[in-house]
Each structure stands twice: as structure tokens, then as C-alpha cells.
Design a binder for this molecule. Structure first.
Ligand code: FAD
Length: 320
């Protein structure tokens, strides 16, 4: 028995959600009194791989193959499942990120494992291996008991936190057997370069909706986010109208996020939007309609016109 954690890299670097997944996997390994190994796929420098030791990984399997330069769910899932078999790992942990959502069920099928996706807590220690996880697009929590020998857990970002636990780490190359049938055909790959805070990992998010009226009004949203060091997000109609990129769309059909602070400006709070943001720790709503449904889930609310409130917030932040 051991624990394997998949560490997703982006341009050779690990994001905060990866260190969180390693911290969480380390805590499970401690509960089960077993080892923790990480698996990284893609070109990552040894110094970056060794960063994982800070969070408790004792070994990292490094898979670097030309065919795996582009992320393909099926191929990555096969490699992670093969690594689990090689290591004798029966608990596989990964972040419930955009790619983690595609990988987790595929790994579970390959290993005939039970799956807890959207986990928000450690498994119980009462011998039942029950895990609290989000259900119904984040509208409820469920306690899922994994009774299978193999178990896959996809941890919601920001649910556990990053916990340092320095360990001596060994880097080992892993030559995965990659099947052509798993690779599919890549028609076009678009890599978007940005120096902005990445939305899935962000601790602070400033989000805006149709109440902003037009794309040219996003200047103040960008400015507010910049002053706070926050990522920007938006509602679905806004990205559908091409006012903002689809990568910023949060909700049932977009990204699910759990930042420490979510500021929703000119967003009504439809159930499909809330599905992606309701697990935020603190929600602040700015809306000119006092009856807007978002106020029902808000921790703080400002009834007012965004075009008056946001410039005042910016002014106040600049004054500090
Ligand atoms: P609106 O509903 O038009 O609300 C605009 C808000 O801005 C209003 O509350 C208004 O009072 C306020 N406002 C207007 N002017 C101002 C101003 N000057 N200052 C302050 N406030 C102002 N939506 C998502 O966001 N994410 C999803 O993933 C998603 N998935 C969906 C899936 C399905 C199957 C369906 C059917 C719908 C989905 N939707 C999703 C759409 C969702 O139902 C709502 O239509 C959408 O969230 C509304 O976006 P909005 O709040 O920006 O716009």
C-alpha cells in the first residue's frame, strides 16, 4: 500500500494547487502510515521537481516523452495508472483542476478504483475511508465511502491548503509505455501567454457580469483586480458574447473555484453561476438590484451602481 500524487505542470512549473495536492496526499500517507510518491509528466527541471520534497513527497517519478508534450487525457491517465501499478499505490491523489476532472475518472476506470472527486477533507480514520466532497455542482456536500481496494481522490483547490513538511526527495525517471491509440490526433494547440494571476489557483477573484454593459467597461475590473493581486472571472453570457475569454467563465459549465475572496460585480447570482463559486470562503456582491439572488449567499453586499462603487473602491485601495 502507498499513495501516488499526480503533479500537473504548466510550462515546467508547478502551481499552488499542486503543492496543496502533495500536502493533502502526504497527510493521507501519514494517516495510513505509508509512503508518498509523486508523478510528473512533461519537461520539468530537477530543481522544480525537488520543490515537491518541501511538501512531503519522498520520491518523484519523472516522465518526459515527446508524445506527451501535449496534454491528452487518455494517454496521461494510462501513464499515471501504470505508475500506480509499478509503485503498488492504491491511493491516487490529484487536484480537481480542469485537467484533473478529465483524468480522475479515467484513472479510476483503469485501476478499477472508487472515485471521490471534489474532495474537501481528509478521509475518515474510522476504518471506513469516508470522504466529504462537493455534490450537485457544488450546491451540497456528500460523504462518500470508498470501499474498493484502489481509490482515486481529486481534491478541490483551496480546500486543504499548502502545508510544508520537508522531506528528502529522490528523482527517478519513469519510462512509460505509451500506446498510439491513447494519443489521439492534435489538430491545433493554442498556448495563451499571460502574466496575470491564474484563475483556478487564485486566492482572490474579481468577477463581473452582464451588469457591466460592454467589454470596454472591464478596465475598472482589471484595475481593481490588479490592485488586489486578484484574478479576473466572468459570468457565462459575458464570455458567450466574447466580452471576455472563455477561460474566465465560472459556473456549472465553466470553471469551479474556491478562492478566499470572490467579489461579484453586476452578476445576478443564477444557480448555474453559483454552482462554480459558492464554495468561496467570503463572497462580496455589488449589484444595483437589492433583490438580486446573489445577495442571499453573500457575506457582504453593496447595493449600488458598479460604475460608482468600483471607482470608489479603486480610489480607497490606491490611498492605502
Ligand atoms: P444577468 O442575469 O443579466 O444579470 C446582470 C446583473 O447585473 C443583474 O442582477 C443586474 O441587477 C445587475 N446590474 C445591472 N447593471 C448594474 C450596474 N450598473 N451596477 C451593478 N449591478 C448591475 N451562467 C454562468 O455564469 N456560469 C455558468 O456556468 C452557466 N451555466 C449555465 C448552464 C445552463 C444549462 C444554463 C441554462 C445557464 C447557464 N448559465 C451560466 C447562465 C445563467 O443561468 C445566467 O443566465 C447567467 O449567470 C447570468 O449572467 P449575469 O448575472 O452576468 O447576467
Amino acid at each position: 500500500m502507498s499513495v501516488l500524487v499526480y503533479v500537473e505542470q504548466a510550462e515546467g512549473k508547478f502551481k499552488k494547487s499542486v503543492f496543496e495536492a502533495v500536502s493533502y496526499a502526504r497527510a493521507i500517507a501519514d494517516q495510513e502510515s505509508t509512503n508518498l510518491t509523486a508523478i510528473s509528466i512533461g519537461d520539468v527541471a530537477e530543481s522544480e521537481l525537488k520543490e515537491l520534497g518541501k511538501y512531503g513527497a519522498a520520491k518523484v517519478l519523472n516522465v518526459s516523452a515527446d508524445q506527451l508534450k501535449t496534454f491528452v487525457n487518455q494517454a496521461y491517465a494510462s501513464v499515471i495508472a501504470a505508475a500506480a501499478e509499478k509503485e503498488g499505490a492504491d491511493i491516487i491523489v490529484l487536484s480537481n483542476s480542469f485537467s484533473g476532472k478529465g483524468l480522475a475518472p479515467r484513472i479510476a476506470v483503469k485501476l478499477k478504483a472508487g472515485l471521490a472527486d471534489g474532495a474537501v477533507e481528509l478521509p475518515s480514520t474510522d476504518g471506513k475511508f469516508s470522504i466529504k466532497k462537493t455534490a450537485f455542482s457544488g450546491k451540497a456536500f456528500a460523504i462518500t465511502e470508498l470501499t474498493s481496494t484502489n481509490k482515486v481522490i481529486a481534491l478541490n483547490p483551496n480546500a486543504f491548503g499548502v502545508k510544508e513538511n520537508a522531506t528528502e526527495i529522490a528523482v527517478e525517471n519513469f519510462a512509460a509505455d505509451i500506446k498510439q491509440s491513447d494519443l489521439g490526433t492534435v489538430i491545433k494547440e493554442i498556448v495563451r501567454a499571460t502574466d496575470k494571476v491564474s484563475l483556478p489557483d487564485a486566492e482572490l477573484v474579481v468577477s463581473a457580469g452582464r451588469g457591466l454593459k460592454a467589454p470596454e467597461n472591464w478596465g475598472m475590473i482589471e484595475e481593481l483586480a490588479g490592485l488586489l493581486g486578484a484574478a479576473t472571472a466572468c459570468s457565462k453570457p459575458v464570455s458567450d458574447a466574447d466580452w471576455r475569454p472563455h477561460s474566465e467563465h465560472v459556473g456549472q459549465t465553466g470553471i469551479s473555484i474556491s478562492p478566499n475572496l470572490y467579489i461579484a460585480i453586476g452578476i445576478s447570482g443564477a444557480i448555474q453561476h453559483l454552482a462554480g463559486v459558492s464554495s468561496s470562503k467570503v463572497i462580496v456582491v455589488i449589484n444595483k438590484d437589492p433583490e438580486a439572488p446573489f445577495f442571499k449567499v453573500a457575506d457582504y453586499g453593496i447595493v449600488g451602481d458598479a460604475f460608482e462603487v468600483v471607482p470608489k473602491l479603486i480610489e480607497a485601495l490606491k490611498a492605502h
